[in-house]
Design a protein around this ligand. Sequence first.
Ligand SMILES: *[C@@H]1O[C@H](CO)[C@@H](O)[C@H](O)[C@H]1NC(C)=O
Ligand SMILES: *[C@@H]1O[C@H](CO)[C@@H](O)[C@H](O)[C@H]1NC(C)=O
Ligand SMILES: *[C@@H]1O[C@H](CO)[C@@H](O)[C@H](O)[C@H]1NC(C)=O
Length: 344
Amino acid sequence: MIMPPAPPLTAAKTLAPLLLLLILTGPVFCWRPWPTTKPNSTDILYGGSKRYEGSSEFVHLKYHMGPVLTANITVYPIWYGTWQPSHKRIIREFISSISAADSKPPSVAGWWRTVQQYTDQTGDNITRSVRVGEEKNDRFYSHGKSLTRLSVQSVIKSAVSAATRPLPVNPKSGVYLLLTSDDVHVQDFCNNICGFHYFTFPSIVGYTLPYAWVGNSAKMCPGVCAYPFAVPEYIPGLTAVKSPNGDVGVDGMISVIAHEIAELATNPLVNAWYAGGDPVFPVEIADLCEGIYGTGGGGSYTGQMLNGRDGATYNMNGIRRRFLVQWVWNHLLNYCTGPNALDH
Ligand SMILES: *[C@@H]1O[C@H](CO)[C@@H](O)[C@H](O)[C@H]1NC(C)=O
Ligand SMILES: *[C@@H]1O[C@H](CO)[C@@H](O)[C@H](O)[C@H]1NC(C)=O
Ligand SMILES: *[C@@H]1O[C@H](CO)[C@@H](O)[C@H](O)[C@H]1NC(C)=O
């Protein structure tokens, strides 16, 4: 395989699903986050089947025979930059909620059940079990406050080769989650990217490890990456909703983290589950449902979410907390699903 100059954009790009454009014209580099520049493109796409969010005959999600994460997943967070303990706790509790079967429905574990329906070529399902493993703090910005897609891999190398308490090397069931604080710029962050996933190159890191990066957008572009807890200034008439854990940047990261973990599980080496003809620009199970959080979602509408007594907006419950998480593609039903779907 020819090593691409930079990892492809298997990314949580934007909030408005410009799916039609993507499917019909291939990769689009200059996606605007919000709203869709073609207000009616989603009518074309979704119009025929209002009953099911994101349902479309244009979508041909295919399995390309590569591995998926069937063994119990361990997520290794790398906290890059300045992180408050309270913020770390929200993110850890979200990850732990993925396999917390006793959360009140609609639950994060219920959301993960759609991901579990994907299998590898032997018929093994994606694991039910996702836990938080060892963590690494990179408090002093080891690679500066501006990272590229390649220097992101160097940060991971530093974490697995640190002199003290290196992260374990776990290529089979480890997911390395690089989380950058709100003062760190990452290549393409805010323009069209809120997070991405890929695998590390042996030439840089020494191993092939599935990883994801997600940035805290609070200072740079909350209207892009923490929508709907913040809205872009250039769109009149949009109102932000209250976030469930009291922090716009971190609450906004949750859905992007969910997006990336779901895609890592189903497409860790970018040769398993994706749609689209070009493996350099795969369209994966969360890409297909970006911006959809509830029944009726699609286009510029998030779909029906839940409102807490405190006025916060969310769509699922986890351990001690509520979260707002985008839906993912259900390949058995051929539409986006989530645990808060209303019965039709
Ligand atoms: C979208 O198209 C429908 C007809 O399919 C039309 O009624 C509606 O006004 C259009 N919406 C916008 C925002 O142009
Ligand atoms: C495993 O995957 C199959 C095929 O998609 C699905 O029918 C089944 O419900 C899945 N099992 C679990 C436990 O999710
Ligand atoms: C995977 O996790 C489950 C709990 O979710 C546990 O019972 C099981 O022993 C684990 N399997 C392995 C191989 O670690």
